[in-house]
Design a binder for this molecule. Structure first.
Ligand SMILES: *Cc1c(COP(=O)(O)O)cnc(C)c1O
Length: 380
């Protein structure tokens, strides 16, 4: 592509009101940023052990409890380091001996790898599918933990959250990576023991934290592993310490206060609008817009063939070989429409578009028209 292509200027009717379509960090609402600026003089730069900040943590924990109508005994935990750190924390403090991982993309495979490398655990069972699909449920009586991913952000595949084994006293726990799903996809809390995520996707905050909605079975697993004298856990990765601090609306070490504030605003915004059902309906509308376009456009196909397995928070759209998707992305970027490049390691001629609740369906529709325009100019 020569540089003159980057001179393609989109007319105002082809420019979304907001050009951020990234799958994380994702669009942060300006209202939240302004509320933060307003609160800053008495909030930023104050102690996370004092009421001002702890009240914000309490708002996050209570807001998430309401949003998911968490059953009695479930608790909201949080700590530093994001979902990636949570995988390591889980290898220390959630998996007792052996885990089973449903792997269908980059993120689910990273958790499986973390468990495989942990010297104190037995080799995990890994059930894998082609990327672009997800594996079918299987069970393995030697596993005490099942690792699911609600929305595989690297491929745009969603997998329903269901217990592979009915809940019971000695049942394995079900641990779900909900990083691009939480706040945008429907889920029944009875179907999971841990639903963990980072706040920079549907929750439109910034990175650096993990949150985990934990069932009583998960809490007792955390406590019993922590009580095992033969099991070493680094303090910064200890879920028992995270539990103890979360109950006091704190984190074990110093959190990013701005991230917490933006998250609290977003959680309350979603709850005030109608909760997870409202948010999921918004994502459904955006998904209908982009997949409808991709199915009827001559040069595009949804990467995920089975419509029921397409994530409604992250859409992946393949382009015909004759069209260079990377060139399209570069032109869009030069026009302020950013982060629609595919997940780097997937290596496909593809566009990936976040459909998080912050993203207006109308902007997704404008994006599809902008792509059509760029493709027609590039095809000369
Ligand atoms: C983004 C993402 C992660 C990693 O989150 P970090 O905050 O970068 O650790 C993990 N899993 C899924 C499904 C994700 O989308």
């Amino acid at each position: 592509m020569n540089d003159t292509v980057l001179d393609i200027r989109l007319s105002p009717d082809l420019l979304p009101r907001d050009g951020r379509f990234g799958s994380g960090p994702s669009k942060v609402r300006q209202d939240c940023v302004e509320a933060l600026a307003k609160a800053a003089p008495t909030f930023l730069g104050t102690s996370h052990r004092k009421p001002g900040v702890r009240e914000v943590v309490a708002r996050v924990r209570e807001g998430l409890r309401d949003m998911y109508a968490l059953p009695d005994g479930y608790e909201v935990l949080l700590g530093l380091g994001g979902a990636t750190l949570f995988w390591d924390a889980a290898t220390f403090g959630l998996i007792r001996d052996r885990s089973l991982h449903f792997v269908f993309g980059e993120f689910s495979s990273k958790f499986a790898l973390a468990a495989a490398r942990a010297p104190h655990l037995r080799r995990p069972v890994v059930v894998e599918s082609d990327f672009g699909d997800h594996p079918e449920f299987t069970t393995d009586a030697t596993c005490d933990t099942y690792a699911l991913t609600h929305s595989e952000t690297s491929t745009g595949v969603a997998m329903a959250v269901q217990r592979p084994v009915p809940a019971g006293d000695d049942s394995p726990i079900v641990v779900v990576d909900a990083t691009s799903a939480a706040g945008g996809l429907r889920v029944d809390p009875h179907e999971f023991d841990v639903y963990y995520f980072s706040p920079q996707k549907c929750f439109g905050s910034d990175g650096g934290l993990w949150l985990a909605l934990c069932s009583p079975a998960a809490l007792s697993r955390i406590e019993s592993i922590a009580a095992d004298p033969d099991r070493w856990q680094p303090a910064s990765l200890s879920l028992a310490l995270a539990l103890d601090n979360s109950r006091q609306n704190q984190t074990y070490n110093t959190p990013a206060l701005a991230t917490l504030f933006l998250l609290a605003q977003q959680v309350e915004w979603i709850c005030a609008k109608g909760g997870i059902e409202w948010a999921a309906s918004r994502c459904d509308a955006a998904a209908a817009a982009i997949f409808g376009w991709a199915e009827t456009t001559s040069y595009t196909t949804p990467f995920v063939a089975d419509p029921s397995r397409r994530s409604h928070t992250v859409a992946t759209i393949d382009f015909d070989a004759a069209i260079d998707a990377a060139a399209v992305c570069r032109v869009l970027r030069a026009n302020g429409i950013v982060d629609v490049e595919p997940y780097r390691k997937l290596g496909r001629n593809q566009m990936r578009v976040a459909l998080f609740p912050n993203i207006d369906t109308e902007d997704v529709e404008i994006l599809t028209r902008a792509v059509d325009h760029v493709v027609s100019v590039l095809s000369g």
